[in-house]
Design a protein around this ligand. Structure first.
Ligand code: FUB
Length: 450
């Protein structure tokens, strides 16, 4: 099995591009984002549909392996393939498909990958198989990771998060209804203190998924918590990794898609802070098949975190010459505009914008025209009765840069039109339907015609 994983790792490196959700070739959840060697690496859980013929709950999480994804611009993501599977780990009960939320940290040039899974052994007190936390080690952030033969002694639970403080002391946080913390030894494989429960967190409603980071001397303990019916992201602050912590607020409210879980990480990259989290974009009817998203995160002057509203647009610059998926919008008109799947039988084929009425519009921010030479727009569109689209930069009050007649058709088609001169720069793009009939747009792009 080890050989197969190594082989897959060498041949498997898929380039993906995305707004939200950022990973478009599989379900991903519980993203732990880390910056290693100037790049962002995301270590998520890998949700899969429950395989047939296994003795598994049909309505529950199902995970058998982990992938890692990297990017240096938050837009183009490389899938480095499988880095660890349940079948490689001697202590894991591989009939349980329980490779839940992981984390990865670097120490002295080695990468330590922490993951929870249900252990084969039967606990003498509860008489049950329990979630334990294991470690796998690699020389590279992309793996391959070699698992330790035993889980970490003294830890029962899920959702590991490792924080290394400025003085070099590492701490392991994890959850099991509550949040626990213990010091890690220099070898990163053993506890160096008795686990303690972090106090002063909400007493009612599930708490899990700890993520700890430090900024300007404040230690942020962030976590999903069920205050009402489903999880939202909350945080507490303190002045030491072991606390005491004091509740400070909500980072993200409950999912508008009603995904029961949320699970996140927070990092700074090239001077901007980001929240990585998940919702169930590709699986609206089954919220155990989730997808990782990113949105920008901002602090107030006093160090508190501004609440984040999840977006489709996500983060990063989109280049004018790429396929701009305007259904990943920044803003959308209140009336007459909606998004829909391109193919409801294969949600990974993405979405389209449906502009149902006159003056319905959609706005997609941060499109970069890196030169003055663009002179053509290309659109992938459909309108049964015929429509007329106008393209604006930044404001609908501005003069449109293109006006496109979409002839009536029973098929999707690629249309091209000349655009007026655009000065090199980054703009917010607006697509407006100026006809009564419906126009559907999958993507648009810009070209430099000779
Ligand atoms: O992904 C399985 C579990 O769902 C995670 O461990 C929790 O944090 C929740 O996201």
């Amino acid at each position: 099995m080890k050989r197969i994983v190594l082989f897959l790792l060498l041949v498997y490196s898929v380039k993906l591009y995305a707004q939200n959700p950022i990973i478009r070739n599989q379900f991903t959840a519980d993203p732990s984002a880390r910056v290693f060697n100037g790049k962002i690496y995301v270590y998520p859980s890998h949700d899969i549909p429950v395989p047939e013929g296994k003795n598994l709950r049909k309505d529950w999480f199902c995970m058998e392996d982990y992938h890692v994804f990297s990017s240096d611009n938050l837009v183009d993501w490389v899938d480095h393939g499988v880095i660890l599977t349940q079948y490689q780990i001697p202590w894991v009960d591989s009939t349980t498909y329980s490779m839940w939320a992981p984390d990865c940290v670097e120490r002295n040039g080695k990468y330590y990958f922490y993951f929870p899974a249900i252990s084969k052994d039967i606990d003498s007190i509860t008489g049950r198989k329990l979630f334990r936390i294991g470690v796998a080690i690699s020389d590279k952030p992309e793996g391959p990771f070699i698992p330790q033969p035993e889980p970490i002694k003294g830890v029962v639970g899920i959702d590991p998060c490792v924080f290394i403080d400025k003085d070099g002391q590492a701490y392991l946080y994890w959850s099991l209804g509550k949040i626990y913390v213990a010091k890690l030894k220099e070898n990163m494989l053993e506890l160096d203190s008795e686990p303690v429960v972090i106090e002063n967190l909400p007493k009612k409603g599930l708490i899990e998924g700890p993520w700890v980071f430090e900024r300007n001397g404040i230690y942020y303990l962030t976590f999903p918590h069920v205050e009402n019916e489903i999880e939202r992201l909350e945080y507490a602050i303190g002045y030491h990794p072991l606390g005491p912590f004091k509740m400070a607020g909500v980072i993200m409210d409950e999912s508008p898609m009603k995904c029961w879980t949320n699970h996140h990480s927070i990092i700074e990259y090239k001077g901007q802070w980001y929240l990585f989290y998940h919702q169930n974009h590709f699986s609206p009817r089954f919220d155990k098949n989730r997808s990782v998203c990113i949105d920008s995160l901002f602090f107030n002057q006093d160090g508190t975190i501004r609440k984040i509203i999840p977006t489709e647009r996500g983060v990063g610059i989109t280049y004018a010459s790429t396929k701009i998926e305007i259904d990943r919008y920044s803003l959308i008109s209140e009336k007459g505009a909606e998004i829909a799947f391109n193919d409801t039988n294969d949600t990974f084929k993405g979405w389209k914008v449906v502009l149902n009425e006159k003056n319905a519009w959609v706005q997609y921010n941060s499109v970069n025209f890196e030169s003055n030479n663009y002179n053509e727009i290309i659109l992938y569109v459909y309108s049964q009765k015929g429509a007329f689209l106008k393209i604006f930069l930044d404001k609908i009050d501005n003069k449109p840069i293109a006006e496109i007649n979409v002839p009536p058709s029973s098929n999707w088609r690629i249309l091209r039109a000349t655009i007026s001169k655009v000065k090199a720069g980054t703009y917010n793009l607006i697509v407006l339907n100026s006809e009564v009939a419906t126009a559907e747009v999958d993507w648009i792009s810009f070209n430099k015609k000779k």
